[in-house]
Design a protein around this ligand. Structure first.
Ligand SMILES: [Ca+2]
Ligand SMILES: [Ca+2]
Ligand SMILES: [Ca+2]
Length: 104
């Protein structure tokens, strides 16, 4: 469905591997997902949503121990093509596995 008359969503995903402690082994995976939504199909993006999720393997057992997620949502409410501070919302979520809590 490439010829939708109105309403277009463009999604990009970037994945980054991070060596947090610098020992040469990757400890975290960072994924950035960006959604650009042109609600009315006029060619100007009306909603931008970007989520950065970082998954850490702190214990090195291959299982995720800590997940950090930040979502920034910008909605051009007044339709002037610009995102001002009151049109931007930031949500931060951190999840820690029981394994890490027990080990302190
Ligand atoms: Ca490392
Ligand atoms: Ca638009
Ligand atoms: Ca605006």
């Amino acid at each position: 469905m490439s010829d939708t008359p109105e309403g277009e969503i463009q999604t990009t995903v970037e994945t980054e591997y991070v060596d947090v402690d610098g020992d040469g082994t990757v400890d975290a995976v960072r994924e950035t997902t960006t959604h650009l939504v042109d609600v009315d199909g006029d060619g100007t993006v009306d909603i931008v949503q970007q989520t950065v999720t970082t998954v850490y393997d702190l214990t090195g057992d291959g299982e995720a121990d800590l997940i950090e997620s930040t979502t920034v949502t910008a909605v051009d409410v007044d339709g002037d093509g610009e995102f001002t501070e009151d049109e931007i919302e930031v949500e931060h979520v951190t999840l820690v596995s029981e394994e890490v809590i027990e080990e302190g």
